[in-house]
Structure formats: C-alpha cells, structure tokens
Write a protein of this length. Sequence first.
Length: 578
Amino acid sequence: MNHSSMGIYQIYFNRYRVPFLAAVGCVFLEALCDLMQPTIMSHMIDEGVRNRDMNTVVHYALLMLGITAIGACFAAARNILAGSVSQRFGAALRYDVFEKVMRFSETSADQIESGSLITRITNDTAQITQLVNGMMRIFVKAPVVCLGSIALSIVLSPNLSVILLIAIIIVAALIIISMKLSYERFAKVQYAIDRVNTVVQESLLNVRLVKAFGRYRDEEEKFAGANADLSTKNVSSQLVIAYFSPLMTLTINLGIAAIIYAGSLLFGGGTIEVGKVSALVTYMTQILSSLLMITNVFNSFVRTKASSERIAEIFNSQEESSGAVRAARTGGALEFSDVTFAYPHGSGLPAIRHLSFKLKQGETVAIIGPTGAGKSTVAWLCLRFYDAVQGTIYFNDVDIKELDINFLRDQIALAPQKSMLFHGTVFENIAWSDPDIAKDAASLAARMAQAEDFILNMPEGYDSLLGQGGANLSGGQKQRISIARALAKQASLLILDDCMSALDSITEAKVRQALMHGAGGQTTLLITQRIGTAMSADRILVLDNGENVGFGSHEELLGSCRAYRELYASQIGGDLHG
C-alpha cells in the first residue's frame, strides 16, 4: 500500500474514530460555551448595570457561571480523550514504523541511515503525536471560536465588525507568509537532527577505535559541526515565528484600539450601547487568542508535514518479498544455479558471477577465497537478504523465492562474521535463536562452541549479564557465544561466516571437531579465509572475484586449482605451483 503524508492520518483516524470524534465534540461544545459569555455579559451591562437592576445582574451572572462550569466539564473530558487517543495513536505509529523497518529489504536498509531511522521512530513520531493531540484540543476550538466571534460581532454591530474583518485579513496574510517561509526551514531541522544522531551513533559504536587511534578531537569536531548546523537551522526556523508573532499581536491590538475608539464615537452618537462595545472588545480578544493558536497549529502543521513525509517514506520503502510455499520436506540441501548478483547502489560490478555449486544434505562445504571474493555474499543470498539478479538458488530442490521467507530462515542458522550480542544474560543470548530451548541444550551448544569453560568462570555463570554488544567480553568469547547461539537453533543448514577468525588454532580445531561429531546430519556451509579450516570440510568451493574457480576435496583442488594451490602455499607453505 502506498502511503501519503495525509494517508497516515487517515489510517489511524479510522482506527480511533469514535474517541477522536468524541473529543472533537467536547471541544466544539466547549467553544460554544466560550462564545456565549461576551453576549451574556453585554446583556448584563445594558439591561442590569445600566438600569441598576441587581436581579438582572445576578441572573446573568449565575447564567455565566453555569455555562462556565459546563464548559469546564467539556474541557476536562476533551483533555482526557485527547491525551489518551494521541498517546495510543503515537504508540501504534511507533510500533508500525518499527515493524516496517524490521521488514525492510536490504536495499531499503541501505538507503536510509540507521541514525535517520532512530530520529524518525522517536522525534518524527513525537511531532505527529503532538499534532494529533493539538487537533483534538486547539485545532477545532480555535477556528470555531474565531469564526463564531466574527459572526456574533457582525450581529452585535455591523459597522464595528468592519474593523475586525480588516485586522483578520491582515493576520491571515501574515499566517500564510509565515507558513511558506517555515516549511523548508523545519524540514532542514529534521535532517540536521538525523545528522547529529548518525554522528553520535557512529562515535559511540566505535568508541574503542576512536580511543585506539586517538581521534577524540576529530570526532568532537565532527559532532561540533553537526551540532552547530542543527542549532543554526533551529534558530532560522524560530526566527520566522519570532518576526511574525509580534506583528500579528500588534495588528489585533491595533484593531481592539480602533474598535474602542470607533465605539466611543458611536456611543456618543447614541447608535450603540456600552455592553455591545465591551462584548466586541472581548470577541476581538478571543479572536486574537484564536488566531495565535491557529498560528501555532499551522506552525505545528508545517513542522509535522516534514515528519509525516519522512514517516511515509519508511512505509513506502520496499519490504522483503516472500513466497507462500512452506515445504513439507525439511533438510539442508542447497544449490546455486548460474547465480549472478550485484549490490544495489554499489559499484555496479557483480559480487557473484555465474556461480553454480551443490551442497548435499549432511555435507560440510567450505568456501574460501581472497578478501572481496564474494564469500559472505553467498550467505546473504541463502538467507534472502538480497535476491539474485540472474540464476536460481534451490533449498531442498525448491526455488527459495517460492518459499515463505520465515520458513526459509527457520531452516537456517547463522554465525556472522561480526559477532552481534544483545544486552541480557549469557543464557538469553544463546537462547536468542530458540527462546524455548532447555538449559541442557543451551549448555551443550556452549560446550560444542568451546564457550562453557569461560561462561562458568563468570560471576553468575549462564545468568551473568552482558553489556550492550557484549562489551564486557573479548573478541574470541563473543565469537564462541555467537557460534553457540547458531548451534542452539539446531537448524537444517548451518552457515558459519568466518566466525572463528578471533579464535586460536587449538580452540578452532576443537570447535570443528565438536561440529563434526555433534552435527547429526546437519548441513554446514563454512565460510573462511584459512586453508587449515577449509581442509576439514567434505568439499571446498574456491571463489575468486565472485567466480567459481575450483570445487572439490582438498586433494583434488591441490591438483586442479591454481588459486587454491597459491592460497595453500601462502598459508601452509611448500612449493605447489608445479
């Protein structure tokens, strides 16, 4: 579904239609109560005060108090409904935006920076929530009071209302000009906030690297630049309000002064009564207040329009495509058939070129090759983070594009090249791949990954708390927990994407041996840069510049693949160039 900036409001209005309309109804009735007060006051002055009739004065005074009390009840109901509905609206919007981001295709994720996504989920949704709250409190009341005051002023005195209408036309022109000047400035503010968030996120995530290279000053200057840019754009947007708000106030106050002056002349001529002049001044004051509220609402509209468009951009972003087939047969057989792939918005050069190979059920295949050969790309294509430009990938003899994407990923476990851990306990991180896993099974996975020894030496063992990203662990410890998490899933296909690079050779050998003895028919795709690791696999796929330059056992490749012989000679040693 294509979302426009206004379409977002329509969707959520339909969801909360009844309480929204109830709040609007309360606001409308509250505005009517406010509009009745000046007219009643004019009658009290002209009929009671002027004639010194206390009974009439008391009658109108009690009437005003009663209407004020009724208006206060409507105002309280309006505030409760507006607060409740707007917060529910905001919570639903944030959830839907987050859910959409979780379903992003990798192409969409590459297009919008994570810092910008954070701003949109927090700042932009907060702006929209504020507007929705204002719509149920101010946006309806201000126009009703303004138009009602104009209509009642014309009824009270057509002559004096001309002054009022002139003042309103001038203020309306000022509002339109201020909106045009504000929109572009407020849009720039949102993107400046994106930049600040991105800089902060990069600096915090890479704080150890910053310290290691002593780049404090550079990062501080980068943040100072983004921060100063945000400050400048905020000042620029606020200057519009700073200039135009006093001009509108001045216009209305001049209108009030003109009404008082003209009213005194008409009163002297006996064509108007004091109560009506007083009511007109009060209506003029209400119009001033309403116009200022309308100005604030329009400024909020302008500010929120930019936020709404940014949220709509998320909703209109491409999601992962998914087939509908949930294969009855499970297993880990994998086949690449003439697959070619180039990263979207990348260099345009294929990362994988006409790649074909088969991985049989229960087999371990290692993928080896120089940096940039396309090894990790194979893993991303298996998981359908991206789709092949050409060719077909089969999982258990079914085209993965026809498989339900959740079913496909349920059959695959991944230990990524960069270990990614979450804030929580060690057990929670291992069980993250299978929340229903028993502690014994999690412990077995940790033993296979050679992680249990250091886990049990931690203060609370498996219940020890990990910092964000596993900050309180070494690189090798993080990799072993990441491997344990993948093993705990007990998936049909296990992908180990160079996930043992931080392990010493002895620990790595133990992990490989545990995998061989504990796989239980599990198919394994082992991505590595180490010949010693690849040699333990049943077969080895050699990639060079995204192409299959060799596929077979270690002994077969030594005899038939020059690229493999060169890798072997550079890592193991010996003259094998023949």
